[in-house]
Each structure stands twice: as structure tokens, then as C-alpha cells.
Design a protein around this ligand. Structure first.
Ligand code: ATP
Ligand code: MG
Length: 301
């Protein structure tokens, strides 16, 4: 085998985040996050509400500026330029150019209500990249097909289900041909019966080799699709690793109690009569291969 072509960024993961810090009005939300994501990897980011997951995604995408640390995406230092060892903030135009290569999908789909599915997907390539209309339209049609909505090009968002709208939103992000896709709880706003169709599209995207960071509470998706699971709490990464080990055999008390809460919320154990709870919890553990010993919330680290 021949040696790889020399490259200044050779060996650097697609996403290389080092000691990322972010505070809002003195509230330290990210306390030094390190994360590497190699090309083609899928990372699932888990953690309780307020742990900083959204903030971290927004920092990667430069919707927030960071207060400390560094983030590289595909070798580009996000938000800054290194001139002779000194960092200079990039101007808005340069930041917009970096952001173009990163697709983001939110919990709320945020489609343009007065544009059709097809027009929603065509919008950014035309407006931001200056692509010609015919080219943008052709790719948009291909993408609609890819997300299983080939029969909906003319539908307006209000005429689509939540699951269909989210699939249009994924197609819209893909239309910019991103290097990296960030998903922030893409199925949390959906009725339960619509979650599967969105996860299926994401799973396919993962199989096709897209690099993805996915904030999700969908444990079976994380377990089956993620190359790595990262558990955040209080602005730090508490635990990370192979999804099966982290989900089935968490090492830290905070991970254990979070996973336990997730399972019981998911199966609405709180609505089950007291007398049946143990049985339901046991069933849940069985379904998710979680040893009952991991569910002790009193256990300390
Ligand atoms: N723009 C902002 N201004 C002030 N505080 C903010 C801002 N954005 C986030 N925060 C605070 O930062 C902390 C982390 O928020 P973040 O949204 O990143 O959490 P999360 O892990 O995504 O939570 P959730 O699971 O509820 O979405 C919270 O305490 C939140 O109130
Ligand atoms: Mg969030």
C-alpha cells in the first residue's frame, strides 16, 4: 500500500474539539469539553436537561462563540485564523463560509411555511451558494427521494406530518452537501408513531458514511447506530465509549441514574400502579439488556 498523501491536517479527526468553554452571564455551561469525531463516525450525545448538549452543538456550528478552547472541523479552526501563531477572529463572512459545510437539524423543523418541500430544500443552495435553479432543483428531487418523500415536492409544511417535515428538514440540510451533520433531538417533538421514519432516514445516512453528532434520547438508536456514545452532565463529559458498554454497563453514578430515568420515562413507569412498577422496570431492563444493578440511584462514583 502506498503512503497517504501528505496533508497538513493528516491524522486530525473531522471534528477535533479541545477544552471547549462557554459561559452565559457568568453561568459556566461548558467546562472544558474534549471530543474527537473521525470521518464517517456517528456520535450520540446523551445527558440530562441543561447539561450543555445544545450549547456544544451550537459552538461547533458557531451559532455561539466559545470563551476558551478550540474547535477544528476538517482541519479548519472554527471562528479564528492562525496568523503566525496569533489567533485572529474571522469576520462574519468567513464564519458563514465555515458554517456552510455543517448541516444542522433541530427539534423544531423550522421550514419556511410559505415554500413547498422542494423550495425549502432548494433555498440555501441557491441563496447561499449561488447554485443555478435547475441544478438545485435536481438535487432537491434526489434528496426528497432519499428521505422517502418523492411524492411530496409540492406539499407545504402545513400539509405534512411532523415526521415528514423533519425529513424535509434533513433533506434541506443535506442539500448544502455538508461534511458534518449535527442533530439536536430530531425526534423529540414528534408523536411516537412518527419517530421511526425519521430515525430510519438518519440510520441510512449513517450507513452511507455521513459524519454525525446526534443529541438524542433514543437509546436503541444510540446503541445500534452510534460508533460512540458520549454522556455529558454539568458541562463536562462524564463518560464515553462503545454504546453497548456505556448504555449497558455505565461506570459512573450520574450515567447510571440518567439512564435509569430515561428508561422509566420512555416506558412511562410513573403511570403504572405501584404494585406493577418492579415488574415493568424488570421488563424494561430485559428489553434494553440493562442489568438491574445499574439502576441503583444511590450508588456513588
Ligand atoms: N442563550 C443563552 N443564554 C443564557 N443561558 C443559556 C443560553 N443557552 C443556554 N443557556 C443555559 O445553558 C445551560 C445548558 O443549556 P443547553 O440548552 O445547552 O442544555 P441541553 O443539554 O441542550 O438541555 P436540554 O436537554 O433541555 O435540551 C442551561 O442552564 C441553559 O439555561
Ligand atoms: Mg438541548
Amino acid at each position: 500500500m502506498s503512503a497517504p498523501t501528505p496533508d497538513t491536517n493528516a491524522g486530525m479527526p473531522l471534528v477535533h474539539a479541545v477544552n471547549v468553554m462557554k459561559a452565559f452571564d457568568g453561568n459556566q455551561v461548558l467546562k472544558g469539553i474534549d471530543l474527537d469525531v473521525r470521518k464517517g463516525q456517528v456520535i450520540c450525545l446523551l445527558g440530562p436537561s441543561g447539561s450543555g448538549k445544545t450549547t456544544f452543538l451550537r459552538c461547533i456550528n458557531q451559532l455561539e462563540t466559545i470563551d476558551g478552547g478550540r474547535i477544528w472541523v476538517d482541519g479548519d479552526l472554527m471562528g479564528y485564523e492562525d496568523r503566525g501563531g496569533t489567533l485572529h477572529e474571522l469576520n462574519n463572512r468567513a464564519i458563514a463560509a465555515q458554517r456552510r459545510d455543517i448541516g444542522m437539524v433541530f427539534q423544531k423543523f423550522n421550514l419556511f411555511p410559505h415554500k413547498t418541500a422542494l423550495e425549502n430544500i432548494m433555498e440555501a443552495p441557491i441563496q447561499v451558494k449561488g447554485e443555478n435553479k435547475a441544478e438545485a432543483r435536481e438535487r432537491a428531487l434526489t434528496l426528497l427521494d432519499r428521505v422517502g418523500l418523492q411524492d411530496k415536492p409540492s406539499a407545504y409544511p402545513a400539509q405534512l406530518s411532523g415526521g415528514q417535515q423533519q425529513r424535509v428538514a434533513i433533506a434541506r440540510a443535506l442539500a448544502m452537501q455538508p461534511k458534518l451533520m449535527l442533530f439536536d433531538e430530531p425526534t423529540s417533538a414528534l408523536d411516537p408513531e412518527l419517530v421511526g421514519e425519521v430515525l430510519a432516514v438518519m440510520r441510512e445516512l449513517a450507513n452511507e458514511g455521513m459524519t454525525m453528532i446526534v443529541v438524542t434520547h433514543e437509546m436503541s438508536f444510540a446503541r445500534e447506530v452510534a460508533d460512540e456514545v458520549v454522556f455529558m452532565d454539568g458541562g463536562v463529559v462524564v463518560e464515553q465509549g462503545d454504546p453497548k458498554s456505556v448504555i449497558n454497563n455505565p461506570q459512573h453514578a450520574r450515567t447510571k441514574s440518567f439512564l435509569r430515568r430515561m428508561q422509566s420515562e420512555h416506558h412511562a413507569v410513573e403511570h403504572v400502579p405501584e404494585s406493577l412498577r418492579d415488574a415493568v422496570i424488570a421488563e424494561t431492563h430485559h428489553l434494553h439488556d440493562i442489568p438491574a444493578s445499574n439502576s441503583d440511584p444511590d450508588e456513588t462514583e
